[in-house]
Design a protein around this ligand. Structure first.
Ligand code: ZN
Length: 155
């Protein structure tokens, strides 16, 4: 199917030319692994209030896991937290659809390049690859926001 090969090109392009790769200053750092595939990611988030100032990362593994981190960086940096959460939840919904969900225009507007992973949702083992960096972001965000809340409580 033509759409599938177009999607593959998007994933391959992010893999070869990752956005925002490399570790920079962050409020929190997490390290997540996907043992079934051998993917690893170290991810840092930096917040300015409710806005995501940066998501930086280093990782290794399959093209899907690494491309997904690049897409995440492109989609989430500069976004308000509420908007980023909506994107993350929409991506999760797509990835848990077992190939049954065809992204519509509204979903494409939210997910942009991340819709390219729609075909991946048919393969349970690969879904973990695609979600690795997103779970890492969620975890790092929880830690970063916890820390800033703790700082505010300290006189
Ligand atoms: Zn993988």
């Amino acid at each position: 199917m033509k759409l599938d090969s177009m999607y593959q090109d998007v994933i391959l392009d992010h893999y070869k030319n990752p956005h925002g790769r490399g570790l920079r200053d962050g409020d929190a750092e997490v390290h997540h692994v996907n043992p079934t595939c051998g993917d690893e990611i170290t991810l840092r988030v930096r917040y300015e209030g409710d806005r995501i100032a940066d998501v930086s990362y280093e990782g290794q593994g399959c093209s899907i896991s690494q491309a997904s981190a690049s897409v995440l960086n492109e989609l989430l940096v500069g976004k308000e937290l509420a908007e980023a959460r909506r994107i993350q939840e929409t991506f999760l919904e797509l990835m848990q659809s077992k190939g049954q969900l065809t992204p519509d225009d509204a979903m494409e507007d939210v997910l942009e390049d991340a819709v390219a992973f729609a075909g991946v949702s048919k393969y349970p083992a690969r879904v973990k690859c695609a979600l690795l960096s997103w779970m890492a972001w969620k975890d790092a965000t929880a830690q970063a926001l916890d820390d800033s809340a703790a700082k505010e409580r300290t006189p």
